[in-house]
Structure formats: C-alpha cells, structure tokens
Design a protein. Structure first.
Length: 316
C-alpha cells in the first residue's frame, strides 16, 4: 500500500459526494505495501481506506471486491467494500479505478509466536471454506505463465549464481503436477503486515489484490514462509506446527497435500522472490513507496531446496 497517484483533500471531498459515508475529516497516505495507492480516509461517519489501483483494471477488480464482500458476509474479518449512490463498489478517481472499503481495527504482529500462527492457520482454513461458494473466477496472474515470461526479463539484472538459481527453480516448478490438489479462491498474500490482531486474536485480514483461483496449499505455503521463519531463514518447528494443526482442524489436509508440501513451499518462495525482484528492478514511480527485501526470500528458497522436506514430519 504505497502512494503512486496523489489525491488532494479537495479531490477527495468532491469524490465523496458520490457516497453516503459523511464528509471528509482527514486524508492520510499509507506508505507500506507495493502495488496500489492507498489512503486512510476519515469522514464524519467513520474510518475507511481509499484505494486507487495502479495496475489492476476495472474489468479485473469486481473479482476482488466481490470476494471481500462475500467473505465478510460469511464472518471473515475482511474489509467491506462501500457502494456508491449508484450501487457500485468501483469508481474512478484521477484516471484510476478506485474504491472505498471499511478500515479494520488492530495491528500487525511484528514478531509472531505460535499462538499468532495458530490464529492465522485457523483464519486461512475458514477463508478457504467460505470461498467455496464464491461464484467468480480469476486465474493466478502471478502463476506459472507469468514465471515463464518474467524470468527471462529479470535474469540479465542478476549475478550469475542468482540467475542460475532462478532458472533451475523455474525448471523444477514446471515439472510439478497439481491436478490432485484441492483448489479454490485464495488470498495469495497473507503476510504479517496484512493480518491485524487485537489482544492476540485476529481482528482483520486485508489486501486481497493477489487473490485468485489456485491450489489451496500454495496459500498456506505463502503464509508459512512469512510467519514461521527463524532469523537464519529456516522454518521454526513450533510455529509451523501451530499454524498447520490449526488449519487442519478446520479443513483437514489430504494425503496429496502432505506429499506436495515441500514443493509448494518452494513455489511460494519462488513467486515471492520473483515479485520482489520486479519491484526492485522495474519499480513504479510514486510519492511514497515501500519495497520489500528480495534477498531474504531468496535465502528462504535456498533453505527449502537444501533441507528438502519442509518439516513434513511434524504433520504427517
């Protein structure tokens, strides 16, 4: 959530006339995140988040906004999109598709423990179950097709050892078979800064703009790679166990998922590494921007390759 497109208070006041959520009291840019322009929007009726979409199109966005609304109706603490007076979740501001969603309370857990990880595991499973009845579909725009086109673009920018790792991991991932793995709508970005806690309980999950139809285990692997890694870039057994067991208690994992776990951990790290390489080498210009460290996730991928089993023994 960065600021690439500036919105003035006058522009925000004018735009808010299309809504029935009160008059503007405060507008504050949000620096964290890397994809869209975001502002905290305070009105006389409450607190919201204003998002201007820098890459996603008006044709793609109904999937994400309708998914958030669907999950909220099913009790998931996700942001609720606000409809304008015409009944639409999506509008246009400064030439960009834009929306307003409710602002959730709570704060991210910067140093999560096993209790936090159990909460997140339960949340993931509940989201996956609630999304089973979601009728819309979206291909993973950061999936294997993108990997095959993006790797040749970024490879010339990397030192030889990293370029070789990129190619070898792409070859490994393209050999994997996913037909037997359960699929559905996933969040795709359940990092620590996208989950809010209040008194050690999940109070909200935000930033659904990597959501897509994908292997459910991939969503779990993305989450574990961020929530359960020790300072030496290895998996911390207690946190992994807590997250997976809490997930499994809500949606039992299949034998095929157990078997695919190590490769999915690598796939999740690979996807995240590619994304962060893109932000580092092909950055968007913006007034307030935030780029995450790509070397950290590369080291996690290398650890997964070296260790091989993804701590399978703790949950099989």
């Amino acid at each position: 959530m960065s600021v690439f497109t500036n919105v003035s208070e006058l522009q925000a006041r004018t735009w808010l006339k299309q809504y029935t959520i009160g008059a503007l009291s405060k507008l504050e840019g949000i620096v964290s995140g890397v994809e869209n322009t975001n502002y905290f929007l305070t009105t006389t009726h409450g607190e919201f988040v204003l998002t201007l979409f820098e890459t996603l199109t008006s044709r793609q966005l109904p999937y994400y906004l309708d998914l958030m609304a669907h999950l909220a109706r099913h009790g998931i603490p996700s942001p609720l999109p606000i409809a304008d007076i015409q009944g639409s979740f999506l509008g246009e501001l400064n030439g960009k598709p834009a929306c307003i969603v409710t602002r959730l309370s709570g704060r991210p857990a910067e140093h999560p423990d096993a209790e936090h990880c159990a909460e997140v595991g339960e949340l993931l499973a509940e989201m996956h179950l609630a999304a089973k009845s979601f009728p819309l579909h979206m291909n993973n725009w950061r999936g294997a097709s993108w990997w095959k086109t993006f790797v040749p673009e970024v490879q010339p920018h990397l030192p030889g050892d990293e370029a070789a790792l990129l190619l070898s991991e792409l070859e490994f991932q393209l050999r994997q078979k996913h037909e037997a793995l359960p699929r559905g709508a996933i969040h795709g970005d359940v990092f620590r800064d996208n989950v809010l806690f209040f008194e050690n309980r999940v109070a909200g999950v935000i930033d659904f703009y990597f959501a897509c139809d994908e292997v459910l285990l991939f969503d779990i692997a993305i989450t574990v790679n961020d929530w359960c890694v020790s300072p030496d870039d290895t998996l911390e057994e207690g946190r992994v166990r807590a997250l997976l067991q809490a997930y499994d208690a809500v949606r039992p994992l299949t034998a095929e998922e157990h078997e695919a776990w190590p490769a999915q951990l690598r796939a999740a790290a690979f996807r995240t590494w590619l994304g962060r390489l893109g932000y580092a080498h092909f950055p968007q210009s913006g007034e307030m921007t935030h780029t995450k460290d790509h070397t950290h996730i590369r080291r996690i991928l290398q650890r997964h390759i070296q260790t091989g089993d993804g701590l399978k023994s703790i949950w099989i």
